[in-house]
Design a protein around this ligand. Structure first.
Ligand code: BES
Ligand code: ZN
Ligand code: ZN
Length: 522
C-alpha cells in the first residue's frame, strides 16, 4: 500500500521527486505558480500563451525544477474552470498527475493543497479538497502485481509515497484527517479491486470468506461464514442450487460492524459473490468469458465498504452479506426448468441458469431481514442489459423507497460513482409469473427491460424495509485507463456506500413510507 502523509511547509522549499500543482483554467497563470521566478515562471507563462497548458481538466505540464525549488520536478495539472470545480475533478486531476509522475519514475509525489480551490466551509472533520487529491492520486496509482515476476517488477519504479503539502501561512486544518481518510479509502478500494482481479481459480467462495475473516481480524469487524450444511438446514435452496454444478462449496459471508449504538438498527449491504460465471448449463459464449471472474464485484465492494467503515470508525451499524458461489455446468448442475425452494419460502422456476445472480441474492436478501435492518442495499453485476441502457459511466439504481434511492444518487454525485434510476413497475413483476412455481428467474422473451425485470425478481425477496438494488455490471470493470481508475476492476461501490453511510440521517428520519408521509404533511 502506498504511504500517505502530510506536511505544512512552504511548497517552494518542500523536498520531493515531484510536486503536483492543481491549476484552474484561467487567462493568465494564477495562484501558487505566480510565486515562481524566472525561468520557471517564464516557462509557465509561455505554456499558457501557446495554449500548451491552460488548466483544462486533466491537461498536464511537466517542468523541471532546475534547482530553483525543493522539488526535483513539477507537474501542473488542470482542473478546468473554477466554476465547474468538484471533488471528483480534483480526484481526476490528481490521478492524472500521479500516473504521469510514476511513469517518469518519481518515487515520492507531493500534492499542493491551496486553500481557495474549493469551498470547504462544510465541517466534515477533514479537508475535503486535500482528501480528494490524495484519494485520486492513490487510486490512480493502483497496481495488481500478484501474478508477475518479482524480479522484473523491481525494474519498474513505483511511486511509494504521497504527501499533502500546504503552506503554513494558509492555516489549513484537517490535513492529517484528510490523509488518513484517503488511506482508508484507497485501502478498501484496493481490497475490492484485488478481489475482482484475482482469477476464478484463486478467488473462490472460500477465498472470499478467508479474505473477509482476515479483514475482520485486522479491523473492528466480526465475520461469520455459513457453509453448505448451514444453508441446507436453513433452506437456502436458491444459493445452493447455483453452486451445485461446481466443486467449490458456496459460502454466505456475514460481516458485522457495530460503530453505532446497540439499539440502532443496521444498514444491510448485500453483494453478489459469483466468483466465476460460466452461465452454467445455459453456457455463455467463449468471447471475453474470462471477465466473468469479476462477477463477485458487488460482494467485493461490500467487503471493501465494511473495511472502510470500520477503519474510519463511522458511528453506524452495518451488516455485510455476500452470497458466494461458482456458476458451473457440472454433472449436478441445475438445469433449465428446475424448481428451487428459496429461504423465503417462495419457489423459483429456473428458466436460464445464467440468471444466477438473482438466485443467490434471493436467499441473501431473505436472510438480511433477520437483522431487522433500517434499509437494505444490494450491489450486483446482474445484467448485461444495464450496459445497453447506461453504458459504462453509471450504474442503475432501482428499489422500493424513493428517499433511499435519492440518498444513494446523491452519494453517487459526490463520489463520482454515478447512479441513474430506472423504474420498477407492477408490469415488470407480472412478467415473472411462472406456470408451475411462485416465480420464474427470467421474463418471457420480448418483454425487454432486462435490468428492470432482474430487479423485479429481487423485489420479491427484499422484504418490507426500504430496499435499493444497484446494477453494477457496466461499471465494475473499466475497459480503458481513466484518471483514477486504471483498466480492469474499478472497485465501484466502495466509495459510494461509504459516502452513503457517512451521510445517513438519524434513524427516526429513516427514508421510509412513514417518514415520507409526515414530510409531506408539512
Ligand atoms: N454476470 C452476468 C451479467 C454481466 C454481464 C455482468 C456483463 C458483467 C458484464 C449475469 O449473471 C448474467 O449472465 N445475466 C444475464 C441475464 C439473462 C440471462 C436474463 C444477461 O445479462 O444476459
Ligand atoms: Zn450469469
Ligand atoms: Zn452473473
Amino acid at each position: 500500500m502506498i504511504k500517505i502523509t502530510f506536511k505544512e511547509e512552504s511548497p517552494l522549499k518542500h523536498k520531493t521527486d515531484c510536486l503536483v500543482v492543481p491549476c484552474v483554467e484561467t487567462e493568465k497563470p494564477a495562484g501558487f505558480v505566480t510565486h515562481f521566478k524566472a525561468p520557471l515562471g517564464r516557462a509557465i507563462a509561455a505554456a499558457r500563451a501557446s495554449k500548451r497548458f491552460e488548466g483544462k481538466l486533466n491537461q498536464t505540464l511537466w517542468l523541471d525544477g532546475a534547482g530553483t525549488l525543493g522539488a526535483v520536478s513539477l507537474i501542473l495539472t488542470g482542473l478546468g474552470k473554477a466554476g465547474d470545480l468538484t471533488e471528483d475533478r480534483l480526484r481526476q486531476a490528481a490521478g492524472t498527475a500521479a500516473r504521469l509522475a510514476e511513469k517518469s519514475r518519481c518515487r515520492s509525489v507531493s500534492l499542493l493543497v491551496e486553500k481557495d480551490l474549493l469551498n470547504s466551509k462544510d465541517d466534515r472533520g477533514y479537508h475535503p479538497q486535500a482528501a480528494a487529491l490524495a484519494e485520486g492520486a492513490a487510486l490512480g496509482l493502483y497496481h495488481f502485481d500478484d501474478y508477475k515476476d518479482r524480479e522484473k517488477l523491481q525494474e519498474e519504479t513505483r511511486t511509494r509515497s504521497l504527501t499533502l503539502v500546504a503552506d503554513p501561512v494558509t492555516g489549513l486544518d484537517g490535513l492529517a484527517a484528510a490523509a488518513r481518510r484517503a488511506l482508508h479509502i484507497a485501502q478498501a478500494v484496493t481490497t475490492a479491486r484485488d478481489l475482482a482481479l484475482h482469477p476464478g481459480n484463486r478467488a473462490t467462495p472460500s477465498f472470499l470468506a478467508k479474505t473477509a475473516k482476515r479483514l475482520a481480524g485486522k479491523n473492528r469487524l466480526t465475520c461469520r461464514v455459513l457453509g453448505p450444511k448451514e444453508m441446507k438446514q436453513l433452506g437456502m435452496g436458491a444459493l445452493l442450487g447455483v453452486s451445485r454444478g461446481s466443486d467449490e462449496p458456496p459460502a454466505l459471508i456475514v460481516l458485522e460492524y457495530k460503530g453505532g449504538k446497540a439499539k440502532d438498527s443496521p444498514v444491510a449491504l448485500v453483494g453478489k459473490g459469483i466468483t466465476f460465471d460460466t452461465g452454467g448449463i445455459s453456457l455463455k459464449p467463449p468471447a471475453n468469458m474470462d471477465e466473468m471472474k469479476m462477477d463477485m464485484s458487488g460482494g467485493a465492494a461490500v467487503i471493501g465498504a465494511l473495511e472502510a467503515a470500520a477503519g474510519l470508525k463511522l458511528p453506524v451499524n452495518v451488516v455485510g452479506l455476500v452470497p458466494a458461489a461458482e456458476n458451473m455446468p457440472g454433472g449436478s448442475a441445475i438445469k433449465p426448468g428446475d424448481v428451487l425452494a428459496s429461504l423465503s419460502g417462495k419457489t423459483i422456476e429456473v428458466l436460464n441458469t445464467d440468471a444466477e445472480g438473482r438466485l443467490v441474492l434471493a436467499d441473501a436478501l431473505a436472510y438480511a431481514a433477520r437483522f431487522k435492518p433500517r434499509a437494505v442495499i444490494d450491489l450486483a453485476t446482474l445484467t448485461g442489459a444495464v450496459i445497453v441502457a447506461l453504458g459504462h459511466g453509471a450504474a442503475a439504481v432501482l428499489g422500493t423507497d424513493q428517499a433511499l434511492a435519492e440518498g444513494l444518487i446523491a452519494s453517487g454525485e459526490r463520489t463520482g460513482e454515478r447512479l441513474w434510476q430506472l423504474p420498477l413497475w407492477e408490469e415488470h413483476e407480472k412478467a415473472l409469473k411462472s406456470n408451475i412455481a411462485d416465480l420464474k428467474n427470467i421474463a418471457a422473451p420480448g418483454v425487454g427491460a432486462g435490468t428492470i425485470t432482474g430487479a423485479a425478481f429481487l423485489k420479491a425477496f427484499a422484504g418490507e424495509q426500504p430496499w435499493a438494488h444497484i446494477d453494477i455490471a457496466g461499471t465494475a470493470w473499466s475497459g480503458e485507463d481513466k484518471p483514477y481508475t486504471p483498466k480492469g476492476a474499478s472497485g465501484f461501490g466502495v466509495r459510494l456506500l461509504l459516502d452513503f453511510l457517512e451521510n445517513l440521517p438519524p434513524e427516526e428520519k429513516t427514508p421510509g413510507k412513514k417518514a415520507k408521509k409526515t414530510a409531506r404533511k408539512k
